[in-house]
Design a protein around this ligand. Structure first.
Ligand code: NCD
Length: 337
């Protein structure tokens, strides 16, 4: 795809060459994310960071990514603090905000909302999550992490086994990731969920149509036993009709060190888009894994910064100018990568 000036609304926009391009640009951002160098390439540019649904890492890492390229960030958090609460349409909001910004990232609880907003925007819009639909930048950072972790273990994405655990019905990160993985070859998908939270049929059909193997199970131990990657998710309680209904599914699958030791292969990589639900009734990914070197969750969050920097640099067509307007940092820095 041509990135310059384009919205990023769904991972359907990408082919394998596009993904490689994003990853290569992301690699070139490591010295900046790692605070070895500073660049001012987006000096004077403004990001509209519009989060109408709760967010910590997506919102802050998009903002940091823009800042690390030298730009300024203006942000709105929560519906109540915006004119959407007064009945303003996505059309009007997009016309207004795109007059103030050079790019916009938007998150909203409604499926298709970001596409509707983007249609009226005069600047490129990135989907930061639209309801249970998609989360393209999360899928890219997850895939980038999978690629790096597997390479470290002498493996590749093609032919790997991945176990996806939890709320596969409402989890938009899983939806986008499954579509991206479908672009690779002969992956073995182990979909571990209660029946009511199974991955929607349309996703399963397109995974199978792309030649991958899918096994659905509600048995955690069986599902994770041959996995190279175990990708755990939280029950998306905000998408259920009632909190009581969501509670039925919490705590059904719990990854912890004892389960890992007994059932996983050595070096199985554990991932989670975060936030993990650490409350006792859920606790799908236990803190006792925090010192397990195969726990990749905080490498995922670090990788989110370089992936989002890459998306901005590609969309705003500054990839070749990043290094030219850079210098070494002159403060104490802790290494991240
Ligand atoms: C995910 C999301 O918002 O879809 N979080 C994130 O962006 N890292 C997953 C989740 O909320 O469970």
């Amino acid at each position: 795809m041509n990135f310059v000036g384009h919205h990023i609304l769904t991972v359907d926009q990408f082919d394998r060459a596009d993904i490689q391009r994003v990853f290569k640009v992301a690699d070139s951002m490591i010295p900046y994310a790692n605070r070895e160098r500073v660049t001012r390439v987006l000096e004077g540019a403004i990001l509209g960071n519009m989060f109408f649904e709760p967010s910590t890492r997506t919102r802050v890492s998009f903002g940091c990514a823009w800042n690390l390229l030298g730009g300024e960030v203006r942000e709105t958090t929560g519906i109540k603090a915006s004119a959407l609460a007064k009945g303003e349409s996505f059309y009007d909001t997009a016309r207004v905000l795109s007059g103030y910004s050079d790019a916009i990232v938007m998150r909203h609880e409604m499926m298709g909302s970001v596409a509707e907003f983007a249609a009226a925007s005069r600047v490129p819009v990135i989907n930061g999550g639209d309801g249970a639909n998609e989360h393209p930048s999360q899928a890219l950072l997850d895939l980038y992490t999978i690629d790096r972790e597997l390479k470290h273990n002498g493996k590749r994405i093609d032919q790997m086994t991945i176990a996806l655990v939890g709320d596969l019905r409402f989890g938009r990160a899983v939806h986008s990731l499954c579509k991206l993985l479908s672009l690779y070859t002969s992956i073995k998908f182990r979909l571990i969920s209660p029946e009511a939270l199974a991955l929607p049929a349309s996703y399963i059909e397109s995974i199978q149509a792309a030649g991958h193997e899918v096994i659905q199970t509600s048995n955690l131990q069986e599902g994770i036993s041959k996995a190279d990657i175990v990708y755990v998710t939280r029950t998306q309680e905000e998408r259920f009709d009632s909190p009581e209904e969501a509670l039925r599914y919490k705590g059904l699958f719990r990854m912890n060190q004892a389960v890992y030791t007994e059932f996983c292969q050595p070096n199985t990589v554990i991932m989670h888009p975060l936030p993990r639900d650490s409350r006792a009734e859920a606790n799908e990914l236990d803190n006792d894994l925090n010192d397990n070197p195969n726990l990749a969750i905080f490498r995922q969050t670090d990788n989110g910064v370089v992936i989002r920097m890459a998306l901005f640099a590609l969309i705003l067509d500054v990839v070749d100018q990043v290094d030219a307007s850079s210098r070494p940092v002159n403060w104490y820095t802790a290494r991240r990568f």
